[in-house]
Design a binder for this molecule. Structure first.
Ligand code: PEP
Ligand code: MN
Length: 337
């Protein structure tokens, strides 16, 4: 059961509700967000307890939720969530296109990639300034210099930017530049990082952990939302299976399932999901057909020269073809691109 308190309640009022919950036999978990305080009542819900709490003047609402994830669940909020991110509406009828290279490789290269992504029809620009690489000898990213280049590309193209944060220490610097802060698959269960992201005023794109169940993914989103940041986008990016033809197995079924269990918008990354540019377009079409609210696609002007993930990057020309086809799929389910 969750007790949502009115915005602006003071400590005395919060304590009063906490004491009431304890007297009713519940354990209490308090989460303090920027705008409101939410009390998780731990224990079996009771109808009369709900009534007893609902009448308290500082209580906005009492919600009985059976899922382990609470605030992100459809039980808590029936309508799908739409929110503003970088001037765009995420989670609405329009399917959002995020495109750009895997990494910010240098100023000239990124500005060119940004212009090409814009011309092709992207709505957001992606690029990693902090790269989580399997090998410590691989290109690790340009760090803050890369963020500055991304900001310059945003000024040049007008496209808002999505970029990954790797650890708690760089949340502040990444949030200063990014319009959407990305949490990568390897960090999906970095709970300290998630809690920190709950405290910032920036939308978060939360990739699914490569070995995470849908429930674990939604619990990760719960960390951010219960910390006070409601603007979370779930992003399916493929999971580890026994299959080796693809880098990961893109779990398209996760899209309608996550959307049924949660009110949050769901994006799909078919680039990391497959690892091969040849499968990126068909899987993008499948993702749109399955109800994805956005696509994140790696696009590079010269994939053969990319410092990371060239094999799964589309050329801008191929990205244009993808969009043309995806528009038709979107139209057939009453959406636009
Ligand atoms: C990325 O989008 O650059 C990335 C590293 O993705 P993932 O965390 O899904 O591997
Ligand atoms: Mn990549």
């Amino acid at each position: 059961m969750i007790v949502v308190l009115n915005p602006g309640v003071d400590e005395v009022e919060i304590k009063e509700v906490e004491d009431r919950l304890k007297r009713l036999g519940f354990g209490v978990h308090r989460s303090t967000g920027e705008n409101r305080t939410i009390l998780g009542a731990i224990g079996a819900p009771k109808e009369d307890a709900r009534d007893a709490l609902q009448v308290m003047p500082c209580v906005e609402k009492v919600v009985i939720i059976s899922q382990p994830f609470k605030l992100v669940s459809r039980e808590y909020k029936r309508q799908k969530t739409e929110f503003e991110a970088g001037g765009a509406i995420v989670g609405g009828d329009k399917v959002i296109l995020v495109a750009g290279p895997c990494a910010v490789e240098g100023r000239e290269a990124f500005l060119e990639a940004a212009e090409r992504a814009k011309e092709a029809g992207a709505n957001f620009l992606r690029g990693g300034a902090y790269k989580p690489r399997t090998s410590p000898y691989s290109f690790q990213g340009l760090e803050e210099e890369g963020l500055k280049i991304m900001a310059e590309a945003r000024d040049l193209t007008g496209l808002p930017i999505v970029t990954e944060v790797l650890d708690q220490h760089s949340v502040e610097v990444v949030a200063r530049y990014a319009d959407i802060v990305q949490v990568g698959t390897r960090n999906m269960q970095n709970f300290r990082l998630l809690s920190e992201l709950g405290r910032i005023d920036r939308p978060i794109l939360l990739k699914r952990g490569m070995s995470a169940t849908i429930e674990e993914w939604l619990m990760a989103a719960e960390y951010i939302v219960s910390g006070g940041n409601p603007r979370v986008i779930l992003c399916e990016r493929g999971i580890r299976t026994f299959e080796t033809y693809t880098r990961n197995t893109l779990d398209i079924s996760a899209v309608p399932i996550a959307k049924e269990l949660s009110h949050l918008p769901v994006f799909v990354d078919p680039s990391h999901g497959t690892g091969d540019w040849r499968w990126v377009t068909p899987m993008s079409l499948a993702a749109v057909a399955a109800g994805a609210d956005g696509l994140m696609v790696e696009v590079h002007p010269r994939p053969q020269e990319a410092l990371s993930d060239g094999a799964q990057s589309l050329t801008p020309e191929k990205f244009v073809d993808l969009i043309r086809m995806a528009e038709r799929v979107a139209q057939s389910i009453g959406r636009t691109i």
